[in-house]
Write a protein that binds this ligand. Structure first.
Ligand code: AMP
Length: 486
């Protein structure tokens, strides 16, 4: 097995690694460090958690240990898609450079221009930045990129998702042609392939297979789901999600709800909020300040439910997430492991519940093949047979808002708010009546609407039938269709 001491790293870097408690290099480190130290371009296909940050910082520091920065001309550049990731990279630099005299500046939103300008004016060895902020500084004439010897692009697929690729291409063209490039992405979308073909020169390609095993501390289950009618699929699935959340009660301290599509991220978050759940969405189309606010809230515990797309949640490091819900079975089986790995971290217990509609069976098969074992099935707390005869007024407004969302989210939310008031109690009653235990802690507004819902339960057919005890004639639970044929 490769040891750090075999890798030709600067002795002061080795000392810092030892103090950080690392025993041996991870596969991406063992693969990327040697060619990077030889000055070659590197294309690393690896995701967060593989040790990829050190795989580019350690050789960079070793290469930069000799030489000195000149005013306004950083010697190296690390581009990160988000401010949080840039800050994490900067922290890594501080750990590994503790015995070296290297300087760095961080160009991200929320850090004052003035302070960073002063650092850059003096000259920095390492400049860590988000693309937009870097170009702002450049355009203000505060920065020259002609001294960049090493350029790192971290999480390129996320840059793509956030629309940063044109900025990245521009930054590439502002740096010297002779620079060394270390480029990292979790996946190789065609657009990323194109960028690497254009800007990397004969790179060493290192691909780290995604983790295929899930932590033993995660309790996994699948709830199969069949909508009573096709046009009700969305609203019934959201109702099932609410019932599953309620069923977990106080055991659910916080959760990430993953959706396959950005549009669903918005719809599910809005729907949860409408029902009084403490939820917020995160995906690549939201602006950075909103994303940061949401993530900070989730990390600090002031936000309970984070509804996310795969790419937006990548790199999100929240040590204690009690639950993960897959609103959809992920289209790529590896994403399943990645998603559920957000819970059960560092030996903690976690629970991952996947909603699987009939048409997602194939995707679920792929996940189980990857895991090499079946995921236990959990019974749905709801029955959509009875839902078939129920009216669900919330559905129409929600579906409508999802359709109009892409054109105008503001108008859709305002148009929905009036109809949602009327709709909420009834559907909430359905969730509360069918869930084994609802969590009062999670949402005061939800429990109050549940109360009003149960007082109307006689009129709502998807609520428990009141007044017949256990002797409900079976035909009452049948749908109109079934009754006709019975
Ligand atoms: P990353 O993939 O860069 O986000 O790294 C994930 C975590 O692994 C970070 O907390 C690092 O501090 C840690 N780490 C990186 N390299 C090693 C290593 N060789 N041994 C142990 N931990 C490491």
């Amino acid at each position: 097995m490769t040891k750090f001491t075999d890798l030709n790293l600067n002795p002061k870097v080795l000392k810092a690694i030892e103090e950080a408690g690392y025993e041996s290099p991870t596969p991406i480190q063992a693969g990327a460090i040697p060619p990077a130290l030889q000055g070659r371009d590197v294309l690393g296909i690896a995701q967060t958690g593989t040790g990829k940050t050190a795989s580019f910082t350690l050789p960079m520091i070793t290469l930069l240990a000799r030489g000195r920065a000149r005013a306004r001309m950083p010697r190296s550049l690390v581009l990160c898609p988000t401010r949080e990731l840039a800050a994490q990279v900067a922290e890594n630099f501080d750990i590994y450079t503790k015995h070296l005299k290297l300087t760095k500046a961080l160009l991200i939103g929320g850090v004052s221009f003035k302070e960073q300008d002063a650092l850059i004016d003096k000259g920095v060895d390492v400049l860590i930045a988000t693309p937009g902020r870097l170009l702002d500084h450049f355009e203000r004439g505060k920065l020259l990129l002609t001294g960049v010897q090493i350029m790192v692009v971290d999480e390129a697929d996320r840059m793509l998702d956030m629309g940063f690729i044109p900025d990245i291409e521009r930054i590439f063209s502002l740096t010297p042609f002779t620079r060394q490039t270390l480029f990292f992405s979790a996946t190789m979308a065609p657009e990323i392939e194109r960028v690497t073909n254009t800007f990397l020169s004969n790179p060493e390609r290192i691909e780290i297979a995604r983790q295929a095993t899930a932590s033993e501390t995660i309790e996994q289950s699948v709830v199969t789901f069949k909508a009573s009618r096709r046009d009700r699929e969305g609203s019934e699935k959201r109702r099932l999600l609410r019932a599953l959340i309620d069923a977990e009660g106080d055991k659910l301290t916080n959760a990430i709800v993953f959706c396959n599509r950005k549009m669903d991220v918005d719809v599910v978050a809005k729907s949860l909020k409408k029902y009084g759940y403490d939820a917020a969405p995160i995906h690549g189309d939201l602006d950075q300040s909103q994303r940061t606010k949401t993530l900070d809230g989730f990390r600090e515990g002031s936000l309970r439910l984070l509804v996310a797309s795969d790419v937006a949640a990548r790199g999100l490091d929240v040590p204690s997430v009690s639950h993960v819900f897959n609103f959809d079975v992920p289209s790529h089986a590896e994403d399943y492991v990645h998603r559920i790995g957000r819970t059960g971290r560092a030996g903690r217990e976690g629970k991952a519940i996947t909603l699987c509609s009939a048409r997602d069976d194939k995707l679920l098969d792929a996940v189980e093949r990857l895991l090499q074992k079946p995921i236990p099935r959990q019974e749905s707390p709801l029955s959509f047979k009875s839902a078939e005869v129920s009216e669900e007024p919330e559905k129409k407004s929600e579906e409508r808002s999802s359709a109009s969302k892409s054109s105008s989210s503001r108008s859709s939310s305002s148009s929905r708010s009036s109809s949602s008031k009327a709709a909420a109690p009834k559907a909430a009653s359905a969730a509360s009546s069918s869930s084994p235990s609802s969590s009062s802690k999670s949402s005061p507004s939800r429990s109050s609407s549940s109360k009003s819902g149960s007082s109307r339960s006689g009129s709502s057919r998807d609520s428990k039938v009141v007044g017949m005890g256990d002797h409900m004639p079976s035909f009452i639970a049948l749908s109109f269709e079934e009754r006709r044929t019975a």
